[in-house]
Design a protein around this ligand. Structure first.
Ligand code: PMP
Length: 370
């Protein structure tokens, strides 16, 4: 059998997604324990108690399939944003929503415009569908919305904007986003991925869902419970958009895509406003503390609107990442994001941040970097 002949020609183009490695893998590899995981932008303060309570309550019901349309959770999200349940689509993480958007809307050679530096799942999902990826140029590390607009052709089906963006942590201002949304032709879908929106400055951040409600029917907003809500392992994300778009997603959705336990965990987390508030406050405090530490080390970084920071370590980031891992601090090399001297570090607890700073200083001294 020649798998290379059998494989879907789009899939043949894909470089496998580089996952943030699990703690256990790193501990086994370097024969260490007590590592800190700062590589996947998870919530270091754990799972909200209200989510755990709801999930535990549902565990014994796991012999039964979940309700296939995720109705209760859809109604919950719809209530939060004052939209119809039919305007909400729930996925096993935002990742699944992104896959279904690609499956539902992209044909061979249709074009999707994505920024040169962004979350890689957009490229992977589009390649599976044998769509053509059109990369817009970056404005430094920022997304260049004008260039995205310039790249629209008759074949463009979709644009994907992560705001704030991963791995840069940079957010676009509401006025820039609003004018962009107004300029995109109505037959092109705008995917606005707001996975990290809770950590952005609310005064400058767009209310994209309000824009959709005002009538921008081609605007589809994606959110996740993996970050501020502390549910990365439960896998719950969602999209808010036009009912006709969601009807397409429902045609291809796996019938039971979110376990009942996860759905109730999400329900509980959405009610735990205190947890979200303290997560955001602690993240912002940690972000500021890390900025000061990095400045005193003479390192440059991007001012983040998320729960992670992209730091230029002025040295081969693979070497620095590896050396940090050996010391038990797991961070992400940004090489595959096109930033060969940068690492992406999730903001942790106070103790985790201090340990990261200490270890980074030691590593840079050892390897003779900055
Ligand atoms: N969008 C962006 C920009 C992300 O960074 C991530 C997670 N890393 C996701 C979507 C997917 O999140 P999840 O599948 O955990 O909801």
């Amino acid at each position: 059998m020649d798998v290379n002949k059998l494989v879907n020609s789009g899939v043949a183009q894909i470089e496998p997604y580089v996952f943030g490695k699990p703690k256990e893998d790193i501990e086994r590899k370097y024969n260490i324990s007590d590592t800190v995981k700062m590589n996947s932008n998870e919530n270091p303060w754990g799972v909200p108690v209200a989510a755990l309570e709801q999930a535990e309550k549902m565990l014994p019901r796991s012999n039964v399939y979940p309700e296939a349309s995720n109705r209760i959770l859809r109604e919950k999200v719809a209530g939060i944003f004052s939209v119809k349940p039919g305007n909400v689509f729930l996925g096993s993480g935002a990742d699944e929503v992104i896959y279904y958007l690609a499956m539902g809307f992209l044909n061979d050679n249709d074009e999707i415009v994505i920024p040169g530096v962004t979350f890689p799942i957009y490229e992977i999902a589009a390649k599976i569908m044998r769509a053509k990826i059109i990369t817009s140029s970056m404005d430094g590390f920022g997304i260049d919305l004008d260039d995205m607009l310039n790249k629209i052709t008759e074949r463009t089906k979709m644009l994907a904007v992560c705001n704030p963006n991963n791995p840069t942590g940079l957010a676009l201002d509401k006025n820039e986003i609003y004018s962009f949304i107004d300029k995109v032709p109505s037959e092109v879908l705008i995917i606005m991925d707001e996975a990290y929106m809770e950590f952005a400055d609310p005064g400058r951040f767009p209310d994209s869902i309000a824009k959709f409600k005002e009538g921008r029917e081609n605007l589809f907003v994606i959110r996740t419970l993996s970050k501020a809500y502390g549910l990365a392992g439960f896998r719950v994300g969602y999209g808010v958009g036009d009912e006709r778009i969601i009807e397409i997603l429902n045609r291809i959705k796996l019938p039971f895509n979110i376990s009942v336990v996860s759905q109730y965990a999400a329900y509980g987390a959405m009610n735990d406003k205190k947890f979200i508030k303290s997560t955001v406050e602690n993240t912002i405090a940690g972000r500021e503390a890390l900025y000061s530490a990095l400045e005193s080390m003479g390192l440059s970084y991007l001012k983040s609107s998320t729960n992670f920071i992209l730091i230029d370590v002025a040295y081969d980031c693979e070497v620095v990442t590896e050396a940090l891992m050996k010391k038990g601090v797991i961070v992400r090399s940004a090489k595959n994001y096109g930033a060969p001297t940068s690492i992406r570090v999730t903001i942790g607890t106070k103790e985790q941040n201090s340990r990261f700073v200490r270890c980074l200083a030691d590593v840079l001294k050892e390897i003779g970097g900055a």
